[in-house]
Design a binder for this molecule. Structure first.
Ligand SMILES: [Zn+2]
Length: 468
């Protein structure tokens, strides 16, 4: 478990402009969150690092940005129309609906004496198992308290909509529940345009939508999310080596984000719990403030998707080897990353509390390459024109060099430092009277966020001295 509570993180994110509840002034919309000015920058720094690592720095990866709305036949062929379901119990008395595995899980948490030896997690248990526990332990509706919960019903999590002015079955479309299918349906296009050697990959960053029955844990389980996915096409007999390689790549990426290695756990998913398309799956779990939960997934999707699309579309999706070998449908390794969950893991990892001069301090120890703002620049006093003028000079110089530099002349220095620390700015530069004259003329105070240490640095040495 992490030492920081989820409440601390939610509160800091809202107060300091990282993340607000969606549609906030109307009381919110469950399962949606809006990234504020600092949040969008941090999120972008994470996704830019991902794109650079897995697309720009490689010569075997093809990035795409497919439309969110797709022909409904895509989702019929992929199995999502028939099988992208969550189990729910409906109360026959008050008609409320509950996610069945969560209800059983909460019941287990509340009655550790009864069930702890039987199952630890209800997630991915079969409907029969969930019904069995509901009946055996006479679980009641959490809303009205009556023991009138239905047996498990399957609820399709895709958001359905209509394209164009006519609302009939032919105009049905869905907000995509994963970005993956956008890559499979463009497989042939990319092969025709670039004719890459196998193995090669396609990568995409984009929004996906899931009508979760019970969104929870802040941005962990939401209805609108952002995914970063790779479909890596391999020869069928080489899948295992590639799978292990990508699993390790995922872990290395997390370490690069500043996540502690001992909080990262790779967990193999058993045959009963895997998604319908997967022959082998390993989840990378992380110690979130609310427990060890899935952060990333890696799945061996075999030739499932391309074969289904080939059959449903009538288009030949085989790959023709350049050496004249027999054409075949490549198999797929899919490393998938949830951007919102990564954001949460990064903030939870960075959140620290300590004591400075007898006062409690909370700060975000974000790695410098992820921090939404790199440097803050302040004049000691904002009503002294000569200080302000010099500070503006330093600000302009740093802004040109680092880009993400902020100006702060609000209130007093102590409060500025507290705000700087809370939003994770690695350095705070202050221009004071010593900058203007005396033995230290031409130097500024540089305060380090993590140590709170202050050092005097010459303005001409400033860029070289900041470890950014
Ligand atoms: Zn009820």
């Amino acid at each position: 478990m992490s030492d920081v509570s989820l409440e601390d993180i939610v509160s800091l994110c809202k107060r300091r402009g990282f993340i607000y509840p969606g549609s906030d002034i109307y009381g919110g919309l469950s399962g949606t969150w809006d990234y504020g000015p600092l949040g969008v920058q941090l999120k972008r720094n994470i996704s830019n690092l991902w794109w650079k690592t897995f697309v720009e720095d490689r010569d075997d990866m093809y990035g795409i940005d497919a439309a969110i709305l797709m022909n409904q036949k895509v989702w019929q062929a992929s199995g999502h129309v028939g099988g992208f379901n969550d189990p729910l119990f409906e109360c026959n008395n008050c008609k409320n609906r509950f996610r069945a595995d969560h209800l059983v899980e909460n019941w287990i948490d509340a009655h550790p004496d009864k069930l702890n030896a039987v199952i630890h997690e209800a997630y991915n248990q079969s409907p029969e198992t969930l019904n069995h526990y509901k009946n055996l332990y006479k679980m009641a509706c959490p809303n009205c308290g009556k023991q009138e919960l239905s047996d498990v019903r399957q609820f399709n999590m895709m958001f359905k909509t209509h394209v164009g002015a006519v609302e009939d079955e032919t105009s049905v479309s869905y907000l995509r529940p994963e970005t993956a299918q956008g890559m499979f349906v463009n497989f042939k296009n990319v092969v025709d345009s670039f004719y890459p050697d196998v193995p090669f990959g396609m990568a995409q960053i984009g929004k996906a939508f899931r009508n979760e029955i019970a969104p929870r844990d802040f941005i962990f389980r939401v209805r609108e999310l952002e995914q970063m996915e790779i479909e890596y096409f391999v020869q069928p007999d080489g899948w295992r080596e590639q799978f292990d390689y990508w699993l390790d790549q995922q872990k290395q990426f997390l370490i690069g984000l500043g996540l502690a290695e001992e909080k990262i756990h790779q967990v193999e998913i058993g045959p009963d719990d895997r998604a319908h398309y997967s022959k082998h799956s390993v989840d990378t779990e992380f110690d979130f403030p609310f427990g060890q939960k899935e952060l990333l997934g890696c799945a061996y999707r075999t030739d499932y998707d391309l074969s289904k699309h080939q059959a449903a579309s009538g288009k030949n999706l085989e790959y023709r080897p350049k050496d004249g070998g027999t054409p075949y449908i490549p198999h797929v390794i899919e490393p998938t990353f949830g951007l919102d969950r990564l954001f949460l893991a990064v903030v939870a990892s960075a959140y620290c509390e300590d004591e400075v001069n007898g006062e409690k301090r909370s700060f975000l120890k974000l790695p410098a390459h992820l921090a939404p703002i790199s440097v803050a620049v302040s004049p000691l006093l904002k009503n002294k024109p000569e200080l302000v003028a010099k500070a503006k000079e330093v600000f302009a110089m740093l802004k040109k060099e680092f880009g993400s530099v902020t100006w702060d002349d609000n209130s007093n220095v102590g409060k500025r430092y507290r705000r700087s620390d809370e939003i994770g700015i690695p350095y705070h530069v202050t221009i004071d009277f010593d900058t203007l004259e005396g033995d230290n003329a031409g130097t500024v105070t540089v305060r380090n966020r993590d140590t709170t240490e202050q050092t005097r640095v010459g303005i001409e040495d400033l860029v070289a001295n900041l470890a950014l």
